[in-house]
Design a protein around this ligand. Structure first.
Ligand code: NAI
Ligand code: MG
Length: 385
């Protein structure tokens, strides 16, 4: 029996293209695994009314971890319109299967490394005044994003149930909305817990300690989001004290301010930690500094299970064309190797990716080349094998 059972979830659109690239490299590296195909995504919503079928959840439970491409996700009204005729009147509600997976398997920690590889024509070069030489600015950041709570916790209402409305209206600050009327209000909540905040901050500090990084930055907005942002900040500060002895410097930035600082001095940041939505925002910004979504991998990790996915979505306009960059997906495979403790394979794959980027002979369209997704994968496989 192979050493690992990997849940294989290509999903939608370019998810399938980049997962084919991943398989090509995994096979070339003779990775000792069995791949269990799992249904997930838009097609299953349209035909079965469930983007994450029960059989997939069950199959996942028997695997070591999951590898995921991307899914297509649409707002509720559009989703309903695309349901198969027999399902339209069944009051089905669409949910994003990847968000659901994160919650179902308690994959509380989303880790998103953004590293610039020398020679990538898309590497950030800053502004003319800040970086007059125009040389690539070396960037090596890792975002720790809380993955199950906060603004993406999925507690939302429209219209508001009477009970929620009544409870909220006990607060005099609700007057402006009360005047607008129950049926005219939509509500998305930001619920965080001491457990959630403590876990994500600890993961960030532990990672810094393990990898010898010297700075951990909290991305929040506690001056406005006083209760949720305040709780996260207090917990962060407590842990910062604990890790001071390890020589780790902890600082805090507001989400809006860091978007500006990151643009000016990105090389100053190392480990960033944030609640779900702020982590989503800041990690896209970091991805932009190292070449965009074609270079941004991620891991959704729980205590015992993990699902690895590139940060990008299903990019429908490129679906099935094998045009997009597989590097985000291959860096994702590398994260899976790390999680499994396959350090040598991880290093081999990263070196191969770095080499292909540096040589610049085989590049997809986003890097100014004409090569296909699989051409790039084959070139990387050649060096990784
Ligand atoms: P997207 O990430 O799919 O694509 C945006 C653009 O980024 C593409 O048009 C393309 O120009 C570029 N891009 C993305 N991946 C690339 C790659 N590997 N190589 C080169 N260029 C790449 O985001 P978009 O268009 O906002 O969303 C499309 C669909 O994907 C939506 O249905 C959205 O809900 C879903 N989505 C799913 C995610 C997931 O599966 N976790 C994450 C983000 C979006
Ligand atoms: Mg995002």
């Amino acid at each position: 029996m192979p050493k690992y059972q990997i849940a294989w979830m290509p999903g939608d659109g370019i998810g399938k293209d980049v997962m084919d690239a991943a398989r090509l490299v995994l096979d070339a590296m003779k990775f000792d695994a069995e791949y269990i195909p799992c249904d997930i995504g838009w097609e299953f919503w349209c035909n079965e009314g469930n983007a994450l079928p029960d059989r997939t959840v069950k199959a996942l439970q028997g695997t070591t971890c999951g590898l995921f491409g991307a899914i297509t996700s649409k707002p509720q009204d559009d989703a309903k319109l695309e349901l198969a005729p027999g399902l339209k009147d069944k009051n089905l509600v669409y949910f994003s299967p990847i968000v659901k997976l994160r919650q179902m398997f308690n994959l509380h920690t989303n880790m998103r490394p953004c590293k610039s590889y020398p020679g990538n024509p898309l590497n950030y070069r800053g502004t003319a005044l800040a970086n007059p030489s125009g040389a690539e600015i070396p960037i090596d950041q890792v975002v720790f994003r809380e993955n199950t709570e906060g603004m993406y916790g999925g507690i939302e209402f429209h219209p508001l149930p009477e009970s929620v409305y009544t409870a909220l209206c006990a607060n005099p600050k609700m007057k402006p909305w009360k005047d607008k009327g129950l049926e005219n209000i939509a509500l998305s909540t930001r619920i965080v817990s001491i457990q959630g905040c403590t876990n994500i901050c600890r993961q960030a500090f532990e990672f810094a300690k393990k990898t010898g990084r010297k700075r951990v930055t909290l991305v929040e907005k506690p001056n406005v989001l006083r209760e949720t942002g305040g709780l996260m900040t207090r917990i962060f500060r407590k842990l910062a004290d604990e890790y001071k002895a390890d020589g780790i410097w902890a600082d805090e930035a507001n989400i809006d301010a860091i978007c500006m600082w990151m643009f000016k001095n990105p090389q100053d940041y190392s480990v960033l930690v944030a609640e779900n939505m702020f982590g989503d925002i800041v990690s896209d910004l970091c991805a932009g500094l190292v070449g965009g979504l074609g270079f941004a991998p991620s891991a959704n990790m729980g205590d015992k299970y993990a699902v690895f996915e590139p940060t990008h979505g299903s990019a429908p306009k490129y679906a099935g064309q094998y045009k997009v960059n597989p590097i985000a997906m291959l860096l994702t495979v590398r994260m899976m190797f790390d999680w499994l403790g396959e350090t040598q394979q991880s290093q081999q794959l990263e070196s191969a990716i770095a080499r292909v980027i540096k040589e610049g002979k085989v590049r997809t369209y986003d890097m100014g080349g004409k090569a296909s997704t699989l051409d790039v994968a084959k070139e990387i496989a050649k060096y990784a094998a």
